[in-house]
Design a protein around this ligand. Structure first.
Ligand SMILES: Nc1ncnc2c1ncn2[C@@H]1O[C@H](COP(=O)(O)OP(=O)(O)O)[C@@H](O)[C@H]1O
Ligand SMILES: [Mg+2]
Length: 266
């Protein structure tokens, strides 16, 4: 379990970015975090894996604490972070090296390394590209390699910080498939996004606004109770359709499903 206990964060004293943030994330949850530009989503992600330390309060992952220097290595292994720009994330010259890189830092033995690399590339459907070089890959493929590099560390939590936002629809949909498959296998997924369509299938949505959580609940309840315009967020098509039709059935992640329940096709 990941626990934030009254966490404050600022980059510059007197300019708070996060204020008294408390929440818990349980193993196996699929969480979406949304919020306007500059609302502190990336800061929250970096606090989660110990890249940043809280100014006040504490962040615990089971028995580990990001304030303990000795725990940081383990925390960064257990909480994987995938960033927005696939270009920035490629640091080596081949897919294989990219996935091996992190494992070398962890001093994983050679034979186990081969096994982990294989497993990670398979999980993102990139096993046929082990010898490929970055320029031969699409943005979506690069992003999947970035995911494999993190997966090879065997994390229990995977954070995607707007990891789909620079991709074309196909690339985006491939990444979402990977997220959902990993989630089914028991991994905790934290998906930070401004694509409202993508949060419909989350177990729980956290809405960050002015350094605090303005909402913590299911996507259905979010769209029926919170003003999206007030938070400068767009209502997804499925939710607009649902509201326009005045439905009181649960909101479906797939708007086509809403249509077929109303007008069954024979
Ligand atoms: N390295 C930094 N130094 C100073 N201010 C920063 C830094 N990173 C982010 N900020 C500021 O912190 C606030 C939250 O940023 P961020 O967490 O990146 O928000 P989001 O990911 O929601 O867009 C913004 O006002 C941003 O300008
Ligand atoms: Mg951000």
């Amino acid at each position: 379990m990941l626990v934030f206990d009254q966490v404050d964060y600022y980059y510059r004293r007197g300019h708070p970015v996060l204020r008294q943030i408390s929440f818990e994330i349980h193993q196996g949850e699929f969480i979406s975090i949304i919020g306007g530009n500059g609302s502190g989503k990336s800061t929250l992600a970096k606090l989660m894996n110990g890249l940043l330390q809280p100014r006040e309060g504490q962040i615990k992952l089971d028995y580990l604490n990001t304030l303990n220097y000795d725990d940081l290595g383990k925390i960064r292994e257990l909480v994987g972070l995938v960033f927005q720009n696939p270009e920035d994330q490629f640091i080596t010259t081949s897919v294989l090296d990219e996935v091996v890189f992190g494992l070398e830092n962890l001093r994983v033995p050679r034979d186990e390394m081969a096994h982990r690399v294989n497993e990670a590339l398979k999980a993102v459907h990139m096993e046929d590209y082990a010898e490929a070089m970055p320029h031969q890959l699409s943005g979506g493929q690069k992003q999947r390699v970035a995911i494999a590099a993190v997966l090879a560390m065997r994390p229990s939590i995977l954070i995607f910080d707007e990891a789909t936002s620079m991709l074309d629809p196909q690339g985006r949909s491939d990444i979402l498939d990977v997220m959902h498959t990993l989630h089914r296998q028991g991994m905790t997924i934290i998906h930070i996004t401004h694509h409202m369509e993508e949060i419909l299938s989350a177990d729980r949505v956290l809405l960050l606004s002015k350094g605090e959580f303005a909402f913590d609940g299911t996507p259905s309840v979010l769209f029926s109770s919170v003003s999206m315009t007030e938070h400068r967020l767009a209502l997804p098509f499925a939710a607009r359709l649902h509201q326009a039709l005045g439905l009181d059935t649960p909101l479906s992640a797939d708007w086509k499903e809403t249509i077929t329940t109303l007008w069954p096709m024979s």
